[in-house]
Design a protein around this ligand. Structure first.
Ligand SMILES: *Cc1c(COP(=O)(O)O)cnc(C)c1O
Length: 494
């Protein structure tokens, strides 16, 4: 069976995997989404012995079925190598009664590395396969982590250019330095006087601007996306759910077939959507817990079916989740509506025009899989302190949101089932927040906080942070939201 990716907004817009990866976003504004998942027989007795790379091969070959075996081997071997500081790539750590799936062992110490270390290889292989000679321009909006992880993957990759927009004042100091010190002759970093939603909206508009696309084509260039709108981001994220479950079986924490819950700190809904697909493939997951910070548009949505972005945008201590328009939710909506592109398009038009929509008819079985909750700033800090006091382990604020929400859910529903907390960043990426939560004292300087964090946790300083202390700032441009397109045109010379 050939796997097709269909636009969530047009049933006639169907492409193979390599085309979906190259295009990033469908030209009708929708997202390429599989309507039928590949059939896999996941045998966890066997999978517990498999390496991360072997699990990756299994999942990726099922989803990217127009890639050859050699092509996939090439992508996987180059992506999941010693850029990661542990050979297991994604360790599962037991902390008291909870399990953390640590996804921050890659080059930029956030979970975005899990997919963005492999995406550049997918992209260049797909371009070759499709006979595309154009230079590929990666246009990316970031809430803090995608930008750096994408640049780490694409820096100096021949035939590519990458432009990253991030909210000025909306990311942590370490996140900002990671981006502004980025090297590579093909990298561009631009801060905007706006928030992540502004950046993402403008980027989507540029993708669908025919005039701009035409000018680009004339100059031998085309856009693609490194955001989780790209299926090439989403598919590699399914891998670690399969791998983590196998690791839990291997460690004797669960028996093969036993259901677990997963709690995912959520912003753009990419990570949790990958968990949903993992469940559809056969990973025994009972509840998908969607954890938000004070920007709790998703909590409200899962409680009422009413999505409403018309509210005040908050800058929180978990900035990578400061998002009110959650792009990948569109894919779940599409599935909730029985893969009905017309109905999805209607709701997405309402969202664009009114900033809200009400989901009335829906697939109840899918709906019931999700639990949702949010953690306030105080609850997030309290959870960092609780876990530190109990185990000596310091978690980053995003992970703490997922942990706090999971605990609240377990208390509320008396659900004692094993729960996997998805740990999306190293605490070293948010050292002031992590240290402040543990000591109750404010630290003003980020590098002082790094030192304090090292002393409190005993955790080795990641290379990503060490390198920052010597790196020079190379990118300093700040533009208004309305100037983003002009900036792109200027940088590309079109
Ligand atoms: C991007 C990010 C998230 C949110 O993930 P989504 O896939 O956008 O829902 C959570 N935590 C961290 C640290 C991130 O970088």
């Amino acid at each position: 069976m050939v796997l097709m990716y269909q636009s969530t907004r047009d049933a006639h817009n169907k492409v193979r995997a390599s085309q979906a990866i190259l295009q990033g976003l469908a030209s009708d504004g929708g997202l390429f989404t599989p309507t039928d998942l590949p059939e896999l027989d996941l045998d966890f007795e066997q999978l517990q012995a498999a390496s991360y790379q072997e699990v990756a091969k299994l999942i990726l070959s099922a989803f990217l079925d127009d890639f050859t075996e050699e092509e996939l081997d090439y992508c996987i071997q180059h992506a999941y190598d010693d850029k990661f500081d542990t050979s297991v790539i994604a360790p599962v750590v037991k902390l008291g009664q909870q399990y953390h799936l640590e996804l921050f062992h890659g080059a930029t110490i956030a979970f975005k590395d899990m997919a963005l270390s492999v995406l550049p290889y997918f992209m260049t292989v797909a371009a070759k396969k499709q006979g595309v000679k154009d230079k590929i321009v990666i246009l990316t909006a970031t809430s803090g982590d995608t930008g750096k992880a994408a640049m780490a993957g694409f820096a100096d990759v021949p035939g590519t250019e990458i432009i990253v927009f991030y909210p000025h004042g909306g990311v942590s100091k370490i996140q900002e330095l990671q981006m502004t010190t980025q090297e590579g002759s093909n990298t561009h970093v631009v801060a905007i006087k706006g928030n992540f939603d502004d950046a993402q909206t403008q980027v989507k508009q540029m993708f669908n601007n025919d005039n701009l696309k035409e000018n680009l084509a004339q100059a031998g260039m085309r856009f693609s996306s490194a955001n989780s709108m790209n299926i090439g981001r989403l598919v590699p994220q399914i891998v670690y759910y399969v791998y983590a479950y196998a690791q839990l079986v291997k460690a004797g924490e669960i028996t093969s077939g036993q259901a677990i819950n997963v709690s995912v700190p959520t912003g753009n809904f990419g990570n949790i959507l990958a968990a949903y697909y993992a469940r559809e493939l056969g990973v025994p997951i009972a509840k998908l817990i969607c954890a938000s910070n004070e920007n709790k548009v998703l909590t409200d949505f899962f409680q009422t079916g009413h999505y409403d972005k018309n509210r005040t945008f908050k800058v929180t201590t978990s900035p990578s989740m400061d998002i009110l328009v959650s792009s990948n939710l569109e894919r779940l909506i599409f599935h909730l509506l029985g893969n009905d592109a017309e109905a999805t398009k209607q709701l997405m038009n309402e969202l664009a025009q009114e900033g809200q929509y009400q989901l009335t008819v829906k697939n109840q079985a899918i709906w019931d899989l999700f639990e949702a909750g949010f953690a306030s700033e105080l609850e997030t800090a309290a959870d960092i302190k609780r876990l530190y006091d109990q185990t000596g382990y310091i978690q980053d604020p995003h992970t703490a949101v997922a942990s706090a929400v999971a605990h609240a859910y377990q208390d509320r529903c008396q659900d004692k089932g094993p729960t996997l907390i998805v740990s999306t960043a190293s605490p070293y990426k948010f050292p002031r927040v992590a240290v402040g939560a543990v000591t109750g004292q404010e630290v003003v300087d980020d590098f002082q906080a790094v030192t304090d964090l090292h002393e409190l946790s005993g955790l080795a300083l990641p290379k990503a942070v060490k390198d920052l202390q010597e790196a020079g700032v190379r990118h300093q441009t700040v533009v208004a939201v309305t100037e983003m397109q002009a900036e792109v045109e200027k940088r590309l010379g079109v």
